[in-house]
Design a protein around this ligand. Structure first.
Ligand SMILES: *Cc1c(COP(=O)(O)O)cnc(C)c1O
Length: 349
């Protein structure tokens, strides 16, 4: 049987992406991620729920979809260096794709607030990592100014190429389901991804690939919910560090997606996020990031009409932040290396 190989989102969706012809495509074969049915979650919310497993991307988050575009375009433009601010995953992805392209990569991260796995990734891929004493919003402000003053390309989602690449997630969902879902649940931080998914769904609808558009349901952490409150949050706080953002760059994109689709942006508490995080791991066998679980926490909290087809995007892999996972469970004390000692603490037989 002939095996059709996945070639990464640029090659797979070339007709929908503004890629310059003749320049090399920088790809790690991102995208093509599973759309996994979630039977227990479906039962719980009374709908047909699928999980888009974005942790299966090469660097473990959806950021790779946008980064293949941003770095491919940076190379085409003759850039020598890229720069980004990051809560972690953007820096991991930028570092990997920049290394592949032979570009220098500088990342600014908020001190003390990024998961160790993400920091490790940026470092092993050879990025210059600078921790700033400030939050993500402050780091992004600095990066944008550097982008204006120096000959470097900013690869945050303020870069429109990132949005172009990320919209391929919507294409894959429609390709897998045969049409758009009725509701699309997604965590919202800097709001690039909800903007990108909405763009992807709209383009497929206009091209006649799908017959309908989903309601876009975006979820922010309650301690970092500027779009819900209607104003920036100066000191955002949440356990879900990937969405710990107080002044989203794609503010308008997110609110437009919510209102044009008849959806909305809602807040979920850290307790709800962590409860969904544990549920996904224990009941659906999907280990995702805390931020990712906001989409499922949101679905559980706002609900959807009975029997609707729903997709929740699980944006990143749980292994990025093992400290958080361990903090959520009781790790048993060591015991003697002896059969009876083992059996005495087990409830089997
Ligand atoms: C970046 C990120 C988000 C937030 O996406 P935005 O486009 O900033 O809204 C959510 N979850 C994870 C795991 C991320 O890396």
């Amino acid at each position: 049987m002939a095996v059709v190989k996945w070639r990464g989102v640029i090659e797979e969706y070339a007709t929908f992406l503004p890629v310059p012809s003749g320049s090399p495509v920088i790809t790690l074969f991102e995208g093509g991620t599973p759309l996994l049915p979630a039977p227990r979650l479906s039962e719980r919310v009374g709908a047909r729920v699928f999980l888009k497993i974005e942790g299966a991307n090469p660097t473990g988050s959806f950021k790779d979809r946008g980064m293949t575009m941003a770095i491919t375009k940076a190379v085409a433009a003759g850039a020598k260096a890229v720069v980004c601010a990051s809560t972690g995953n953007t820096s991991a992805s930028a570092a990997a794709y920049a290394a592949r392209a032979g570009l220098a990569c500088v990342v600014l991260i908020p001190e003390g607030h990024i998961a160790l796995g993400k920091l490790a990734q940026a470092l092993v891929h050879g990025a210059k990592v600078l921790q700033v004493r400030g939050n993500f919003d402050e780091a992004l402000r600095i990066v944008r100014e550097i982008g204006e003053r120096e000959p470097v390309i900013v690869v945050n989602s303020v870069n429109p190429d990132r949005i172009e690449g990320q919209k391929t997630g919507a294409f894959e969902i429609v390709d897998a389901l045969g049409d758009a879902p009725e509701a699309h649940c997604i965590p919202v931080g800097n709001a690039g991804n909800i903007t990108a998914y909405w763009k992807g769904y709209c383009q497929y609808r206009e091209a006649g690939v799908s017959t309908r558009l989903p309601r876009m349901l975006g979820f922010q952490a309650a301690g970092a919910a500027p779009l819900v409150l209607g104003h920036p949050v100066p000191a955002p706080e949440t356990v879900a560090t990937a969405i710990r953002i107080g002044d989203p760059a794609s503010w308008y994109g997110a609110t437009a997606a919510a209102s044009e689709s008849g959806g909305g942006i809602f807040a979920v508490t850290d307790d709800e996020i962590l409860s969904a995080y544990r549920f996904l791991a224990a009941e659906e066998s999907v280990f995702c990031e805390a931020a990712s679980a906001a989409s499922v926490a949101g679905l559980m909290s706002v609900g959807v009409p009975e029997s609707s087809t729903v997709v929740c995007v699980l944006t990143g892999h749980g292994l990025k932040d093992p400290d958080l996972a361990i903090s959520q469970i009781d790790v048993p004390d060591p015991i003697d290396a002896d059969v009876d000692a083992v059996l005495s603490v087990l409830d089997i037989g």
